[in-house]
Design a protein around this ligand. Structure first.
Ligand SMILES: C[S@@+](CC[C@H](N)C(=O)[O-])C[C@H]1O[C@@H](n2cnc3c(N)ncnc32)[C@H](O)[C@@H]1O
Length: 258
């Protein structure tokens, strides 16, 4: 698959600078993502991470007491993850498109921060993932949303022009304003729920974030600490409620394998 080759070279290139570029995300959204994983997974479980990147979340899940298999399309990302985690995890260089290569069933799976937006056939992915998870296992994924209300506001204010890409349904990934030839697809919450529905039940979804500005606007640097804390509190009260849960920048999906 040519698209996989293109994506692999992009992510290999990005691996070296990934942690530095995602520092704004790590500053406040990473904690929420890890907290969600630790709410649904239990110490001692055997988990698989799909698109592990540099291993930030798996490191925390290992400290929490889970056993981890880290997978990623990019060998360079896995190398970075190994530098963080060492021999405490198992590493497999495998695109999500071939996730059914595993011959065991895991207690749970997760895939954070837009990995599934990069997968070439997301319907096939859910079908294959189903085969490597035990019945009732959780699959937790954060996926970039197609319908983010903030896009309309930021577009009107001339701050970002992500609106066009999202409405089109896909776009080339950019780093520091430069577009690369790797693609990301954007899905509504309804679409993801429907695609996954033959294999997974959607137990819950959470906007990520809904009120706090997205990390690429560097809210931690721009907003006074007091305002940030107030927004953060309101965020926690609203992000799982209708209609807010459908219109976040990303969405955290809590799926149960059927
Ligand atoms: C935005 S990063 C997220 C990394 C990590 N999950 C995190 O939370 O920081 C996307 C990751 O997905 C990986 N990726 C992209 N396409 C993939 C695919 N088809 N199969 C598996 N991994 C993929 C990339 O190599 C990269 O590590």
């Amino acid at each position: 698959m040519d698209e996989l080759k293109v994506n692999k070279s992009f992510w290999d290139f990005y691996a070296e600078i990934y942690d530095e570029k995602k520092a704004d995300f790590d500053k406040y959204l990473r904690g929420r993502s890890i907290k969600t994983l630790q709410t649904f997974f239990k110490p001692g479980q055997n988990l698989i991470e799909i698109g592990c990147g540099t291993g930030t979340e798996s490191l925390e899940m290992i400290k929490y007491g889970c056993k981890l298999t880290l997978t990623d399309l990019s060998p360079q990302m896995l190398k970075k993850a190994y530098e963080k985690i060492g021999d405490k995890a198992r590493y497999v260089n495998l695109p999500a498109e071939y996730i059914d290569s595993f011959k065991i069933q895991f207690d749970g799976a997760y895939s954070s921060f837009g990995v599934l937006n990069c997968v070439t056939d997301i319907g096939e992915f859910f079908k294959k993932l189903h085969t490597i998870l035990k019945p009732n296992a959780y699959f937790i994924a954060s996926i970039i949303n197609r319908w983010y209300w903030g896009d309309f506001l930021f577009f009107a204010l001339g701050i970002t022009n992500y609106l066009k890409k999202r409405l089109k349904g896909w776009g080339y990934i950019s780093v520091d304003g430069k577009e690369y030839n790797a693609k990301a697809n954007f899905y509504s919450v309804f679409k993801i729920k429907k695609i996954a529905s033959p294999y997974f039940e959607l137990e819950k979804c959470i906007a990520f974030p809904i009120l706090l500005p997205p990390p690429y606007l560097k809210p931690k640097d721009r907003l006074p600490e007091k305002i940030f804390k107030i927004l953060d509190k309101i965020e926690s009260a609203l992000n799982g409620l209708f209609p807010f849960k459908y219109f976040g920048e990303q969405t955290i999906f809590i799926f149960r394998r059927k």
